[in-house]
Ligand binder design. Structure first.
Ligand code: GLU
Length: 416
């Protein structure tokens, strides 16, 4: 199987061919600008020292400071982080915000660490990467298994290292530590703004639309809430421990509360209700109209793509559909709203957070939404126009949209 970064290169090359992009630009975008690998010793609660491995990949900063999350996961590896960093470059360019692409990761299962160990690990990571990050250089954020609390430790550690009043070093912070209104739900909200446009054009009625959501972390749980508020019927949800499918629909608010109490949505089947437990793999093959992929990469692949029943897939996760599955689904006529567009609301509100930190002036939730919506709608319209013009997929169109912007910068500025 090809690596995640090779998949990203395939996507870049496919789109580049359609738009007839200059070879030199493809060459530049195929290589991250800088890569850092760090060792992170932590004194565990047992008294022993354990060394974790971490990465930060800075893919491209032509449009602005490197930007992208840090994930804590046992499956993190350098190829994955390189892919995720390149997607961030594309994502920021799709929505046209002045930021580049970066990504970080630590090989760890954070669920096995105590809170103290997690804090030590986080602070150690910042010690190791501090020379490379900063509001004008590289701005990390939450990703898989990282959250506002972890961002608070990061900003605190960075300031302790002498970087006073540099709150914009990370985004996705708690409100009381310089976070932005609307950031927690931004990834899902951005996806909803795009979906609203599609639904309006296709004449889809939310009340008659069944939704399955794979992944119930930050993005998945906010998506469940936002879509139920709009009247969609949420029929299935899952997390890393398993899923649940209820033909008659799920109450999202109860589900969010139940997951908080019991640790997994798979524990939340109500007695007597028409709900069945299922694995993550089974869940995505269930009957639904819209499938939201909000977990990890490579979830839909050559072996299960044919079994997908949804008409629309929204990629809130990064890279959840492999290139082979992409082809199969496109041949079946499934509409895929690609990650670099569908989940770009998160980094867009991160950009707002950075701006607010620099101004030291904070916006209301309403103001955040008033600014997020037109960015998402314009990004969608631009991608949709390109798709119609080139008769290509939405993913190819999103890459063309991004690379057109990057090409203009490179042609104007050069890339040395
Ligand atoms: N981790 C998120 C993403 O993949 C957010 C990145 C950010 O806000 O910088 O888009």
């Amino acid at each position: 199987m090809s690596s995640l970064f090779e998949n990203t290169l395939k996507q870049i090359n496919e789109a580049a061919e359609i738009m007839n992009l200059d070879k030199d630009i493809i060459t530049i975008l195929s290589h991250p600008k800088r890569i850092l690998q760090v060792s992170l010793p932590v004194r565990m609660d047992t008294g022993e020292i354990k060394v974790f491995e971490g990465f930060r990949v800075q893919h491209n900063d032509l449009a602005g400071p490197f930007k992208g999350g840090i994930r804590y996961h046992q499956q993190v590896d350098m190829e994955e982080v390189k892919a995720l960093a390149a997607w961030m470059t594309m994502k920021c360019a799709v929505v046209g915000i002045p930021l580049g692409g970066g990504k970080g990761g630590i090989i760890v299962n954070p669920k096995e660490l105590s809170k103290r160990e997690l804090e030590q690990l986080t602070r150690r990571y910042i010690d190791r990467v501090q020379a490379l990050i900063g509001p004008n250089k590289d701005v990390p954020a939450p990703d898989v298994n990282t959250n506002a609390q972890i961002m608070a430790w990061m900003v605190d550690e960075y300031m302790k290292l002498g970087n006073l009043n540099k709150k914009g070093v990370v985004t996705g912070k708690p409100l009381e530590c310089g976070g932005s209104e609307g950031r927690a739900s931004a990834t899902s909200q951005g996806g909803v703004y795009v979906l609203d446009e599609i639904v309006a054009e296709k004449g889809i009625k939310p009340e008659e639309t069944k939704v399955v959501i794979q992944g119930f972390g930050n993005a998945g749980s906010h998506m469940a809430r936002l879509l139920s508020e709009k009247g969609y019927k949420i029929c299935g949800v899952s997390d890393s421990r398993g899923g649940i499918y209820c033909e008659e629909g799920i109450d999202s608010i109860n589900m969010i509360a139940c997951k908080r109490d019991k640790g997994s949505v798979s524990e939340c089947a109500e007695a007597g209700s028409k709900c069945e437990r299922c694995t993550n793999e089974e869940l995505i093959e269930k009957k639904c109209d819209i499938l939201v992929l909000a977990a990890l990469e490579n979830q839909v692949h050559a072996d299960n793509a044919d079994n997908i029943k949804a008409d629309i897939i929204i990629e809130l996760a990064n890279g959840p559909v492999t290139p082979e599955a992409d082809r199969i689904l496109n041949n079946k006529g499934v509409m895929i709203i690609p990650d670099i567009l569908a989940n770009a609301g998160g980094v867009t509100v991160s950009y707002f957070e950075l701006v607010q930190n620099e101004m030291q002036y904070y916006w209301t939730e309403e103001k955040v939404q008033r600014r997020l919506k037109p960015i998402m709608v314009k990004a969608w319209q631009r991608v949709y126009e390109i798709q119609k013009k080139h008769k290509c997929t939405l993913r190819q169109a999103a890459f063309i949209s991004a690379m057109t912007r990057l090409k203009t910068i490179m042609e104007t500025r050069g890339f040395e």
